[in-house]
Design a protein around this ligand. Sequence first.
Ligand code: KG4
Ligand code: ZN
Length: 335
Amino acid sequence: MDNDAFLTLGIETSCDETAVAILSGETDVRANLVYSQADLHARYGGVVPEVASRNHLAKLPYLVRQALADARLEVADLSLIAATRGPGLVGPLLVGLSHGKGLAYGLDVPFIGANHLEGHIFSVRLANELFEPPFMALIVSGGHTSLIEVRAFGQYRTVGATVDDAAGEALDKIGKMLDIGYPAGAEIDRLARKGNPSAIHFPRPMAASAGFDFSFAGLKTSVLYHLRKHPRERPEDVAASVLASVVEILTKKSIEATRRYHMDQLVVVGGVAANTHLREGLTRSGEERGILVSFPPTSFCTDNAAMIAAAAAFRHLRLDERHDLSVAPDASLAF
Ligand code: KG4
Ligand code: ZN
């Protein structure tokens, strides 16, 4: 079969997005649906795993049917089924994984239990199919802040990670203090456009430390103390000052890591990679240092299933992988 006729259905349910996508070949997105449950969880100020699982279960069959309709395909046309197997919330993962395995079994096609982090890395390939390693990848999302050395697709080495909160998690918790809804990253991005980034000097935890680990819990706590002392602080100034700190830490560490590992490309993926301040800051810093900094389009930064299908299609077509249907969810799956 030529690669373009190879059709992968991807399913992503690791957190609170129910996502289904269909890919033709390795990078051609034929359908890409993301149903966000954010409104359901907003009143709790965070994701409630049981609520997320039940909602994935209710939405998934309809999203699969709609994705097939969008791509003008029948279910029998599919060549490979992929579903995220971790990391993530175990209940939500189990729903997507079981649905995917059921489809693969019924259709008698191969199955891949995908790594969500590898999916994020592949999101850059959806935007540019010619994009090739070696590169340094900064995965920065609600669950992760990691620097990964990518010598080849499929070969990963973590060179740094957060020791406490992920950057997106810290932004979401700061959003809760500002009472601006959940998740808060995109709203903080917007508010910061109208704020003064020098209004408050928040700490830059671990920015000057040796090595490539991150820490964002201290930043969150210092925002809490600041707001207790200055309850009338403009949210715009808080947002701009918080982002000044987050952007400085992420930029410094990821540019340094790229140079230390003798790479000239840095790829930034995950929900926080949608941040306009980070995109501007890192691009500028990369230009100054001769490093090409790439970001996927915003719609591929936040959780989606096209990236899951892309990682799985690569593993199947290039590495000849397929997984046994006994594959189980793994909440803390690493590389
Ligand atoms: O990758 P993602 O959709 O899910 C995880 O795998 O965690 O990332 C979600 C995170 C949330 O913390 C959200 O607040 C953050 O990405 N986020 C942003 C922006 N859009 C989403 N953070 C900063 N600026 C944005 N524009
Ligand atoms: Zn993610």
